[in-house]
Design a protein around this ligand. Structure first.
Ligand code: SF4
Length: 371
């Protein structure tokens, strides 16, 4: 099984915190879609004939494309790949792009999951972040998806925003529950290099939320969403039973994936490749047949560290039977003190980070890496 990720780098305007590769040059969309289709045909060998289980349009803002353009890409995937086992096709959308027409057209071409970039239901914080939508538009967007036949709707939320209180985040969580979505991804704000947000911080114009407040928000989120019937299946991801993201879960369990588009990464179990983070370099390279993705062959140590890092982010944890006998012994040696201190759980031959420690899991997990 394999996944296909399609990167759509277009955004109507830039949000102040965003460190992703994206561009406001939306006039290039038609040419870019042609380049995606060419790359899809050229690189079908990467997943070695494996059936494709998931397709994910991420960005950027994929909803800046028309349903016809997304359909053109999906048609190419149908022609060049084995989709006999397809389970999930996701399109990320911004709330202000969502219309009944767009969503019903996407549903008609096979899209069965919509992920909406809400971030917060607080209008003041949305304005501060330079998001294009309001809270009311976000709620309308969720309703439009449900009314247009999409039964698997995810929203993104952020916490740890400057000026955001615990009560404001509680309101966001309760609003999300009342909206009736099936999946919530929620991330603590991070300050990325070269963003306007980072500049505001350096100029002393905003005060970042304290680690203590962020940890309290994380705990509140876990409690509130559990109460609302959600399962916490990865550090930042919660779903109603059965509605976990198939695509993202395949990143965490090491399934190969093909990344198509500018800046997209691919992984085949042995190596990683990534396209240039540059629209012109990508489109010219594809059109002229000269695109040279950067590549890295993964060593046994890289693969071991990745397995540890990705599996311990999930509630499923790391099943030691997936490791070589030698690695099993070294993991058990290095985790003994962490298990005694309650930072890791060991049951049924599986290591897991308890939910109460997930907020600090990066330091727990990195202490297990081989150097
Ligand atoms: S819409 Fe998403 S990708 Fe675009 S600038 Fe905002 S956060 Fe970044």
């Amino acid at each position: 099984m394999a996944g296909i990720y399609i990167h759509i780098p277009f955004c109507a305007k830039r949000c102040i915190y965003c460190g992703f590769f994206s561009t406001v040059r939306q006039g290039e969309a038609a040419r870019y879609v042609e380049a995606l289709c060419l790359e899809l045909r050229e690189r079908s060998g990467w997943i070695e004939g494996a059936p494709v289980k998931t397709v994910y349009f991420g960005g950027g803002t994929p909803s800046r494309l028309t349903a016809e353009q997304i359909g053109q890409v999906l048609k190419t995937i149908h022609e060049a790949y084995d989709l006999s086992c397809i389970e999930e096709i996701t399109v990320e959308c911004n709330p202000d792009d969502i219309t009944p027409d767009l969503i019903s057209s996407l549903a008609m071409i096979g899209v069965n999951r919509i992920s909406i970039g809400v971030q917060t239901f607080n209008d003041e914080l949305l304005r501060f972040l330079h998001r294009r939508h309001t809270a009311a538009q976000a709620l309308d967007a969720v309703n439009v998806c449900c009314d247009s036949g999409i039964t698997n709707v995810s929203i993104d939320l952020m916490y740890g925003l400057p000026g955001q209180t615990l009560e404001m985040f509680r309101t966001d969580l309760n609003t999300a529950l009342a909206a009736g979505v099936q999946h919530i991804s929620s991330y603590c704000l991070s300050y990325e290099e070269n963003t306007p947000l980072q500049a505001l911080r350096e100029q002393g114009k905003i005060s970042p939320a304290s680690d203590e407040l962020c940890a309290r928000m994380f705990t509140l989120m876990c409690k509130t969403l559990h109460k609302g019937g959600f399962e916490h299946y990865e550090i930042s991801n919660f779903s109603k039973p059965g509605y976990y993201s198939r695509h993202n879960s395949s990143y965490w369990d090491g399934t190969p994936y093909l990344g198509i588009g500018a800046g997209a990464h691919s992984y085949n179990g042995r190596s990683r490749q990534w396209n240039p983070n540059d629209l012109d370099a990508y489109m010219n390279g594809i059109e002229q047949g000269s695109l040279q993705p950067e590549a890295e062959n993964l060593t046994a140590t890289d693969l071991y560290n990745e397995r540890i890092m990705l599996s311990l982010r999930t509630a499923q944890g790391l099943n030691l039977s997936a490791l070589t006998p030698q690695d099993r012994i070294s993991v058990l040696d290095s985790t003994h003190a962490l298990i005694t201190d309650g930072l890791l759980l060991f049951e049924n031959n599986t290591l897991r980070v308890p939910e109460s420690r997930m907020f600090i899991s990066d330091s727990i997990i990195s202490s297990l890496f081989k150097v």
